[in-house]
Structure formats: structure tokens, C-alpha cells
Design a protein around this ligand. Structure first.
Ligand code: MD6
Ligand code: FE
Length: 224
């Protein structure tokens, strides 16, 4: 027996024993778990609303003086910031003078499980950056390199309107591939691709039943 028959039987066995659903490798160390956050979507969105009530979404300024089109807030022990002084993590929200709201238990559990399942056991995020896109908002190619230890992965959860994610390489000039990320999709990435460049193309207008004209993205990090 060989070829398609074998492939079919292996696929069937995999779906018998794999309770975790579909997963797709994007690069070495980067895995897309399609729809994995769907059962928690309502919980996550309610938590985002509660966080934003205490630490409002705001469009931050880059060190070069540009206002980002993506609105951001944070929860956890540390929050990611950018202003004229640079990029960094800080325990305090500069807009309120208060600590960032605590990380909801659902964020922590989801990140732990997704990371463990993709080979990163013991991941305990201490920071979550929450991005909010409206139609037209985009995120240019960047690396996430403000965390203390690149040995930890980042777990990314997408909610609401779909987006086109660009996943490049170590060099900014590496031609990025395009990956569609929709409601409930999780990407876990670390290892050899932890410092790969990535970005999000301008959000297409639309109306999502759970988020209206918005896309949200959570990136859970072990930043400190
Ligand atoms: C976004 N995500 O999906 C932007 N960074 O809105 C990121 O910039 C990102 O998804 C590091 C790791 C995973 C990510
Ligand atoms: Fe990033």
C-alpha cells in the first residue's frame, strides 16, 4: 500500500488521535492553529472590553514621530509602549498613571495550552499587547525584539474581521508570505523564527458579527 491510500489512512488515524484539530506549520517554530480560540471568543472579547474600560485603546507614536494606525492597550505585569523616546515595556500605563489591568485567567490558560501543544511547555506570559484595527489600519513589517529572552515564544490570537498577515524572514528584505488570519485563529511562534519580520496589510472593510468593523489581536508574551 502506498500513495494516496496510505496518506488517507494516516490522515484518518491522525484525526482519530489528534483532539487538537488542524495545525499548519508556517516556518520552523511557527504554527497556525486554525479556529483554536473560537470556543473562547466571547469570553476573550468581554475581557478586552473590561481591560479597555481601565486602559483605553490609544494610537501610539513611533520614535520617528508617526502616529500608528493600530490602536493599542495592554494587560499583565508589563505593557508594550512606543513614544518619541523609543519602544519598551513598562508596568505603568502612561495615559492613566496606573498599572496595566491584570491578565485575565482565560488569556493565560489559552496561551499556555496553545504553547504546550506546539512544543513550548511551561510558557507563562506576563504581558499581553492588544491591537485594535479599523478598516485601513495596518502594521508595517517589524520584529518583536523588546522582550528580555527570545527563547520564549509569542502566542497570537486573532478575533473579528479577517486580516492578511505577512510572514517574512530574518532579513527585512526577505519576501514575506501572506497568511489569512481570521476569527479564532492562533499562531504560536518561537524557536528559529522568533525574530522573523512580520506585519499586517491594511484591514479590509467589513462587518463581523462579534466585533463589527474591527479586528483585535492579542499577543501574549513573556516579556520580563
Ligand atoms: C497582529 N501581530 O496580528 C500583529 N508579533 O495584529 C504581531 O505583530 C505579532 O502576531 C509577534 C508575534 C505574533 C504576532
Ligand atoms: Fe509583532
Amino acid at each position: 500500500m502506498s500513495g494516496p491510500t496510505m496518506a488517507y489512512i494516516c490522515g484518518a488515524m491522525q484525526s482519530l488521535f489528534d483532539t487538537s484539530g488542524e495545525s499548519e506549520a508556517l516556518a520552523a517554530g511557527a504554527v497556525l492553529l486554525r479556529g483554536r480560540a473560537l470556543p473562547l471568543a466571547t469570553t476573550l472579547l468581554a475581557a478586552i472590553e473590561q481591560i479597555a474600560a481601565r486602559a483605553p485603546f490609544r494610537r501610539m507614536t513611533t520614535p520617528g514621530g508617526f502616529e500608528m494606525s493600530v490602536a493599542m492597550t495592554n494587560c499583565g505585569q508589563a505593557g508594550w509602549l512606543t513614544d518619541r523616546k523609543g519602544y519598551r515595556y513598562d508596568a505603568v500605563d502612561p495615559q492613566t498613571g496606573q498599572p496595566w489591568p491584570p491578565m485575565p485567567a482565560a488569556f493565560l490558560a489559552l496561551a499556555r495550552e496553545a504553547a504546550a501543544e506546539t512544543g513550548y511547555a511551561g510558557f507563562v506570559p506576563d504581558a499581553c499587547l492588544i491591537n485594535r484595527y479599523e478598516p485601513g489600519a495596518r502594521l508595517s513589517l517589524h520584529q518583536d525584539r523588546d522582550e528580555a529572552d527570545y527563547g520564549h515564544p509569542i502566542v497570537s490570537v486573532s478575533l473579528g474581521l479577517p486580516a492578511t498577515f505577512q510572514f517574512g524572514g530574518l532579513k527585512r528584505s526577505d519576501q514575506p508570505r501572506r497568511v489569512a488570519l481570521g476569527h479564532g485563529d492562533i499562531v504560536v511562534w518561537g524557536g528559529p523564527s522568533r525574530l522573523f519580520h512580520h506585519g499586517v496589510l491594511g484591514l479590509k472593510d467589513g462587518l463581523h458579527p462579534s466585533t463589527g468593523r474591527h479586528r483585535f489581536n492579542l499577543t501574549l508574551r513573556q516579556a520580563l
